[in-house]
Write a protein that binds this ligand. Structure first.
Ligand code: NAD
Ligand code: MG
Length: 383
């Protein structure tokens, strides 16, 4: 029996992790649950999974804990994350919070000696060196949940210590894969949220449409697998069946395939190194008939170039890209800017804030704050 704490239990990844825990009550016991503000769903989850602790970071005003949940300890406010990550006993902590808000939870869980199951890519994008150094020092390597990184991690299990010569990161291309740039620039919220293959939280869905998701994933792969950016290639693969691949010195390429279903990588991290049933559909290659691959298009999607430039620049450049993107996506989701402004706002923030350091978590938060400020200051100009 493994115990698990979930930071971000009400989201797309968090709820799928709970589905797996419900499917395997003999294997997993949930000890802590946290969310941002969705009290109704959190209380329902507490009723069902009976954790020792639950909390909300931004509780709604006048919130009262229902009487039947008196068995559970609750906390409301930012300390809820630290308690769930580090105080409540758990073998594993799934960090499925969205955005840089996940960074502190990852560091707290590692410091407490927990095994981190990492869905939150923004923690590695912004604080990759701090997170991976700490994981190494604690002897607790991160278990990736992001489907591409889980695929690479799964392929490496059969590598007998041979290092890959390159990583092939697949990308669905999102809903605007075939659109001309002028149409992408004017895309609506509904169009951006209409992902062809995956059902995910709003922020990552918009990131998939802009290809900033793949930009963040290049950074995530750089830290998870200690690979230089030039050895991480992006392949646009609209069917999302090949979840990623690794290439070795002899030219052999190992890939991981499956239907697009996040329960597979979540279950792999939860039960690692074992494989367990997920309740999902099985892959039928005959029905699928063909898998196709295309190169990335830097003219329509500048996101990948910006990621590589930030990795080459070092310092807090990746944190600036991330903070500017989070602010721009939030503004787009509030219908305050057109889709194309996401690209310009991120690029402008990067030009305005070169050379910031990232030696400590305070440096990273400062870079994030300044990137958001730069976006807010520029927004009036693009509205
Ligand atoms: P989501 O928006 O569906 O859920 C986010 C969760 O985090 C919710 O429980 C929410 O209450 C909580 N949360 C949000 N802001 C918070 C804050 N400031 N402090 C504390 N908690 C907060 O997001 P998601 O789609 O589940 O994605 C979660 C993470 O996993 C993201 O980093 C995303 O990039 C990554 N990821 C998601 C998928 C997917 O299929 N959804 C796939 C790969 C990677
Ligand atoms: Mg992914």
């Amino acid at each position: 029996m493994k115990t698990i704490a979930i930071l971000g239990s009400t989201g797309s990844i968090g709820t799928q992790c709970l589905q797996l825990a419900a499917l395997h009550p003999d294997r997993f016991r949930v000890t802590a649950l946290t969310a941002n503000r969705n009290a109704d769903l959190l209380f329902e989850q507490v009723r069902r999974f009976r954790p020792d602790f639950a909390g909300l970071v931004t509780p709604p005003e006048g919130l009262r804990v229902p009487e039947d949940l008196a068995f559970c300890r609750f906390a409301f406010g930012p300390e809820a994350l630290r308690i769930a990550a580090a105080e409540v006993p758990a073998d594993m902590v799934l960090v499925s919070i969205v955005g840089i808000a996940g960074l502190a939870g990852v560091l707290d869980a590692l410091k407490a000696g927990r095994q981190v199951l990492l869905a939150n890519k923004e923690a590695l994008v912004t604080g990759g060196h701090l997170v991976t150094d700490l994981a190494r020092r604690m002897g607790k390597p991160l278990l990736p949940v992001d489907s591409e990184h889980s695929a690479i991690f799964q392929c490496l299990q059969g590598a007998a210590g041979n290092r890959p010569v390159s990583l092939l990161l697949t990308a669905s291309g999102g809903p605007f894969r075939t659109w001309p740039r002028e149409r992408i620039d004017r895309a609506t919220r509904a169009e951006a949220l209409n992902h062809p293959n995956w059902s995910m939280g709003a922020k990552i869905t918009v990131d998939s449409a802009s290809m900033f998701n793949k930009a963040l994933e290049i950074m995530e792969a750089r830290w998870l697998f200690d690979m230089p950016a030039e050895k991480i290639r992006v392949l646009v693969h609209p069917q999302s069946i090949v979840h990623s691949a690794v290439e070795f010195a002899d030219g052999a390429v190992l890939a991981q395939l499956g239907v697009p279903d996040m329960r597979v990588p979540i279950a792999y991290a939860m039960a690692y190194p074992e494989r367990i049933a997920t309740g999902g559909e099985r892959l039928d290659l005959i029905r699928l008939a063909s898998l196709t691959f295309e190169p990335e298009d830097p003219a329509r999607f500048p996101s990948l170039r910006l990621a590589r430039e930030c990795l080459a620049a070092g310092g807090a450049a990746c944190a600036v890209l991330n903070g500017a993107n989070e602010a721009a996506v939030a503004a787009f989701l509030r219908d305050e800017i057109p889709f194309g402004a996401i690209f310009t706002l991120v690029e402008d923030a990067l030009s305005a804030l070169p050379g910031l350091p990232a030696d400590s978590i305070e440096d990273i938060y400062e870079a994030d704050r300044r990137a958001r400020e730069a976006v807010a200051a520029r927004m009036k100009g693009v509205q």
